[in-house]
Design a protein around this ligand. Structure first.
Ligand code: CP
Length: 305
């Protein structure tokens, strides 16, 4: 039995197979519509979500399976003090696979240790968000035809943004990737990440101004300032609108640069950018369903059936 806690749980070769399967699903939805008949997915979300939970649910329904779960810790027995370890033992009696989001870093890992069904980390605190990373990688590969040989700017809250941490971890396994981290001083990417990049001789730059580096980017990965992870409201208010991507800034970028964002967006991308053909963040959401379908099949050992 296999779980997914980090994008690094899959080798690069395994990820290639997963993405091939996701692209086949994209082009042949009907072929997969009964693959999971009789199977159940449990979505155990202790933290709010729109995309991740609903795309997992859509993925299982697209595969012909069914879904149970909770979307709020307050409506589960966590509110009575039940531990994650006990909850997953119970969920294992009801479902075949579980996607779990939790505000505590490592909680899905604790669940996986006690589980008798595959557990997928659907986001744990400020730590990792592996299925968002799978979504990001599939989007890049599908829209550009390659993973590697590009310059990517990651902009916004690089301190608390778990999607950023997961994506950097995953991208360093591909050749010739140059990272440009764009953030205010207070929201810099954590030291453990820059140390890792230095150790592996992977080129990176840290800058504050987005305008200066726009012309060099192949991808711009925008992120929201994470209000829920700030210790005080004053700091959040001061930093929340530090970056706003608008038409003027887009005019500085390459004609084929792509803008990604894990969403939800607050103010960091002006809605006027949505009509720009380089805005790929809603396509990214659609790729999230295909890759989660491929992941469910793979973790259930049904990818070749
Ligand atoms: N990208 C993402 O994790 O969105 P949700 O918080 O809506 O799931």
């Amino acid at each position: 039995m296999r779980h997914l806690m980090s994008p690094l749980d899959f080798t690069v070769e395994e990820l290639d197979k997963l993405f091939d399967l996701a692209n086949d699903i994209e082009n042949n939805m009907e072929k997969y519509s009964k693959k999971c008949e009789g199977k159940k997915l449990a979505t155990c979300f202790y933290e709010p979500s729109t995309r991740t939970r609903l795309s997992f649910e859509a993925a299982m329904l697209n595969l012909g399976g069914s879904v149970i779960g909770f979307s709020d810790a307050g409506s589960s027995s966590a509110s009575k003090g039940e531990s994650v370890s006990d909850t997953i033992r119970v969920i294992s009696c009801f479902a075949d696979i579980c996607a779990m989001r939790h505000h505590k870093e490592g909680a899905p890992m604790v669940a996986a240790e006690k589980s008798s069904i595959p557990v997928i980390n659907a986001g744990d605190g400020g730590h990792q968000h592996p299925t968002q990373t799978l979504t990001d990688l599939l989007t890049i590969r599908s829209l550009k035809g390659r993973l590697g040989n590009f310059t990517i700017g990651l902009c916004g809250d690089l301190k608390f943004g778990r999607t950023v941490h997961s994506l950097i971890n995953a991208l360093i396994r591909y050749p010739n990737i140059h990272f440009i981290f764009i953030s205010p001083q207070e929201l810099r990417v954590p030291d453990y990440i820059t140390e890792m990049l230095k150790e592996q001789n992977i080129p990176y730059e840290e800058v504050i101004r987005l305008e200066d580096i726009m012309p060099r980017l192949d991808f711009l990965y925008m992120t929201r300032v994470q209000r829920e992870r700030f210790f005080n409201e004053e700091d959040y208010v001061r930093l929340k609108d530090f970056y706003i991507l608008n038409k003027e800034k887009m005019a500085l970028a390459k004609k084929d640069m792509l803008v990604l964002h894990p969403l939800p967006r607050v103010n960091e991308i002006s809605v006027e950018v949505d009509d720009d053909p380089r805005a790929a963040y809603f396509k990214q959401v659609q790729y999230g369903v295909y890759v989660r379908m491929a992941l469910i099949l793979t973790l259930l050992g049904m990818e070749n059936l």
